[in-house]
Structures are given as C-alpha cells and as structure tokens.
Design a protein around this ligand. Sequence first.
Ligand SMILES: *Cc1c(COP(=O)(O)O)cnc(C)c1O
Length: 428
Amino acid sequence: MDNKLRTETLCIQAGYSPKSGEPRQIPIYQSTTFKYATSEDMGKLFDLEAEGYFYSRLQNPTCDAVAAKIAALEGGTAAMLTSSGQAATFMAVFNIAGAGDHIVASSAIYGGSFNLFNVTMRRMGIDFTFVDPDCTEEELNAAFQPNTKALFGETIANPALNVLDIEKFARVAHAHGVPLIVDNTFATPVNCRPFEWGADIVTHSTTKYMDGHASAVGGCIVDSGKFDWTRYPDKFPGLCTPDDSYHGVTYTERFGLAGAFITKCTAQLMRDFGCCQSPQTAYILNLGLESLPFRMKQHCSNAQIIAKYLSEHEKVAWVKYCGLEGDKYYDLAQKYMPNGSCGVISFGLKGGRKAAETFMKHLRLGSIETHVADSRTCCLHPASATHRQMTDEQLDAAGVGADLIRLSCGLENVQDLLEDLAQAIENV
Ligand SMILES: *Cc1c(COP(=O)(O)O)cnc(C)c1O
C-alpha cells in the first residue's frame, strides 16, 4: 500500500488488498494452524527462510493485516499485534534489554507501565531511571549509563496529561546510541506520528481509541526501521549476532533494518511468551481503525468545548488539557498535535476531595470507570477509587491530587455532556 496516502484512506484501505473474488472485509482466520504439502515446505518457515503461516501464536493472517494497517498509519516498516498494551510495552523493551541492562524512562507514564518497569522488570535484572519529562537536556543526559539500551516516554501521559517533547527525547537518545520508544496510545497516529519527530519504536494500547468502543483489549508494536542497530553491535547483540535459538540467524543481516526488530520480537519473544492477539480481537480492532480519524475529531472537539466550559466555571479550581490556551503543554501540543490531541481532561473543583465525591455521585451520562478513551464519556476520581489507599500527601507526590477528576470525553452530543456536567457541578 502506498504510504503517502492520507490517514483517512489508510484507515480504510491499508493492510489488506483482496484479489478478484476474495472477501472485501478482512476474513477472520480462526485457525490455530496451517497446512503444508511437504515437510520441506514447512521446514523453510521454521528456518525463517520462507514467509508464511504455521501457528497462530507466532503469526496469523488476520492479525498481520491489521498490524500492517497500523504500520502504514504510523509510517513504520513493520508491526506486530500483542494481547494487550502491557504486552506491547514489555516486549518492545525486552526485545533489546536483558539482565544487567538499563532503561531511562519518563516518570509521567501509565501506572501499569510504571509498575511493569519499576517492579516486575527490575526483578528480571533490568534497571530503570525515571526522569521528569520536562527536565532539561542536561538532566536527561545525566540519566544515561554505559549499559542504557533505550529511552521511553508517552506522547500524552496517562493520566498526568504531560506532552512529551519528542524531538528533545530523540536527540538525547540518539546521542547515546539508543532508540527512543514512544507509547502513542492517547494521541493515536491520527493526531501524532512520533516517527516524523525522531522516535524509533512506537507502542500502543489498542484497547483505547484504536478499538474505541471498549470492546477488546489489545496492543501493537511498530518499528520505524530507521534505527541502525548495526552501528552499535556491542549494545544490541540480540539483533546483530547469530540467534542460536533460530539456527544462527542474524536478524539485521537477514531482515535488514526494516524488519530486524519486529522479526526478532515475533520469532523469539512471541514464541516464548505467547501473548498474541486473537484474530477475533484483531477483526474488532480493525473495525475501530476504519473510523478512527472521525472519532478522534469528535473526541477532541468535545474535549475542547468541555475544557473551555470548565475553565470558565466559578466552581472549578483548575483544568488540565493541552488543547486549552494557557495550559502548560499548549505550545508542545500545538507543535506535535496541531489538529487535536485526545479527549482526556483532568480538573479539580473548589472544595477538593469532598466536592469531587459529590460531583461523581450526580453524574448521569458520564459513567464511573477506570477505563478511558472510548465512545462513552467516563469519569474517575482516583482518590476515592483506584488510589484510595493513599494519603493526601502520597496523592500529591504521585501528581494525582485528592481533588483530581479525570474525564474522558466520549462521542455523545456535546450539549448533552455540558448539561450533565452542569447539573452535577450544581449539586456541589
Ligand atoms: C491502557 C494503557 C496501557 C496498557 O494497555 P492495556 O491494553 O490495558 O494492557 C499502556 N499505555 C497507555 C498510555 C495506556 O493508556
């Protein structure tokens, strides 16, 4: 597919081109296994000498078509689907880092990613340094060590809503000879393509806007094909030296820069960890992708109107939304996401925790969920839900004040949402 096609077209057409008489919509290849005429034919697949399918844990045609669509949307050379966003984050990092290695990550990242890094991957012997994403280039440089293998950040942080200065992060990562991995879940490739700003690998929780209907948990890893692993063979031996578990294949030699990262991640990590996406889920995800540009437009326009309304409301203490003029991240958002950012806002009411609890009780359309980024407007007061074990002091330290309300603006008519918010605030 021609990657110069525009986003709306790629969302519909990329990844699958049926031949004469074949199904128009991507078929769900609900099959664990694939049949071959001879053992030799199959042997070639196992040796990675021929392309094809033999077992759906490694590759499946439905999943591959949807991955190819996301690769086209991000402007990457290769992609793979995973069972969840968590699996995508884990495998993107673990594909180039092992025991004794070190990763620098933004401290403003999804709580699940933070825990994965700070607890579980530490237990695997990988060390992490977390940096304030708003730090200076000098401070960022100082976090690197000789054994650092990657820099990690989120385009728009969930739930802190910081906007990442991707160019700054890419510049520093490349100066240290490592790739920049960006979790692009909240912005989606409709609003930001991190590869255009120097990022090397992109990850997604497709559970959020990409699926967009709260239907299916999933993830994706995309490679830009631009990072030259062969310049640093000592840093990335897994990509630049023979893999004994695959008959001595050297991924960068056999698959080039365009394919090495994703092929290794599929052949080794998916083979061994097995956190693959099901073809059913990939099919649902693909339906979501078809309408992604139109939904993102509506999410962003609803959020923009609601953020402005809240910022002018006398009972509202503060609003955080990078599309709002005067927001700390407004300029970065204008640079990286001039057509809109995402539909997630956070705000606090005058009256703090108590006011937030009252407000939540009176919402009618906005439902109380931990989820974000789907078609239904939903709302979370972390201090009384997900973070309820923490004291007010601990909440402040985590950047999630006792008054913070996270609002994920859905696709409903914005007037109905404004009226719902108005009556809920009125009760405070
Ligand atoms: C939800 C989320 C994840 C984790 O994805 P799951 O699909 O829930 O495993 C990772 N990153 C971000 C930014 C998220 O919002």
